[in-house]
Design a protein around this ligand. Sequence first.
Ligand code: DCP
Ligand code: MG
Length: 476
Amino acid sequence: MPLPMDPLQMVHSGPRKKRPRQMGTSMVSPPHDIKFQDLVLYILEKKMGTTRRAFLMELARRKGFRVENELSDSITHIVAENNSGSEVLEWLQVQNIKASSQLELLDVSWLIESMGAGKPVEMTGKHQLVRRDYSASPNPELQKTPPLAVKKISQYACQRRTTLNNCNHIFTDAFEVLAENYEFRENEVFCLAFMRAASVLKSLPFTIISMKDTEGIPCLGDKVKCVIEEIIEDGESSEVKAVLNDERYQSFKLFTSVFGVGLKTSEKWFRMGFRTLSKIKSDKTLKFTPMQKAGFLYYEDLVSCVTRAEAEAVGVLVKEAVWAFLPDAFVTMTGGFRRGKKIGHDVDFLITSPGSTDEDEEQLLPKVINLWERKLHHQRVDSGKCSQQDGKTWKAIRVDLVMCPYERRAFALLGWTGSRQFERDLRRYATHERKMMLDNHALYDKTKKIFLKAESEEEIFAHLGLDYLEPWERNA
Ligand code: DCP
Ligand code: MG
């Protein structure tokens, strides 16, 4: 299936320095009509580079934006890339430009989205590098002209917009390795600390390039900061390097890559001296659960990630099977794919039906599985009972099916869409900030001693007093 190519996306993520299109300052570009008179843009060169800036300026002008070459008081929007709010403010100070309350400081993502939409898109927290804070300053002079204060980042992922556009991969990848190693060593405290740190950095609209950028960011403890500092200085973390070479980490990583194998089993195999899957598979004394047997049988298929096209194809099969028993059922893809991920380790579905009884609900999944087993049997008989691997025309894919009562569908949808870190923080926020209990079935208000009803995810966010986050903003 050909993938749609978004030229703007390519501008954003494609190679930057190579083969700039001919449009140096010497080249005269044709005048473009200004469609959006109220906006006067200035694109910051700092950390963006001359070539990319010239390219973006030309593109924006072609789309009808007014983009100035020089900085002046008439500028209404400053667009920056890889700069934090405080960096842009600092730079403005040096340029002797007062950051007035009218001036918007925006991440380049706003410009790119706007150019994609053909008009200025709404500026949200994920675009704005700073937020106006009218009350924070004790200085009455500053209160008169509202200063631009660096936006405060919440310690809760459910109060941050986290898209898949992660500008801090270099740090978050390192944290995730360390978190996983702590998980393998059952050190929950450090595991959580690194997962939270990864999560908060994923929400930043800029790349951290100096320790100064980490000021004011929550969830970054000393241990985390040490790793950041080392990566800034050396480009890599010695601790991560050591973990990646660690025998226990490597073995656990390998063992848990088998479906049905968790920490307990990995620990056992590791202690028994196993280091490879082939030794484990061929060992006659080991007993495997049905899940582990399937895990070994379809290992290659299951370790290779599920693509979106495959997920969509699975969706068709799931709907077909579910509708055979409950024709009015709603089948929704949840998990990572609902959050916009292009690949996943499985495909998650939520099933719910307005007309179903408790009994229908209980029986649906066994019925679906039974249907698939019968189909598989027929196919095997048809293909002459051979399980030839050559010319294999199918792929084993993990599918998670969740059935829930219709009245609880909003809670189930919110709970099964993830990410895990988002869910964790949503519950933590409910408990600590709202005295409420949230799970995949219900929301309970401990003060009022009542269950709060909801027909949609939006209503649950509203009950919790949270701004709504779209699924693709929950990639914490
Ligand atoms: N979930 C949960 N508790 C669990 C398992 C899952 O709350 N014990 C939720 C959060 C997950 C979602 O369900 O985001 C789906 O679980 P997955 O493990 O499939 O995670 P993702 O779909 O987010 O990631 P992947 O792309 O790896 O499948
Ligand atoms: Mg999933």
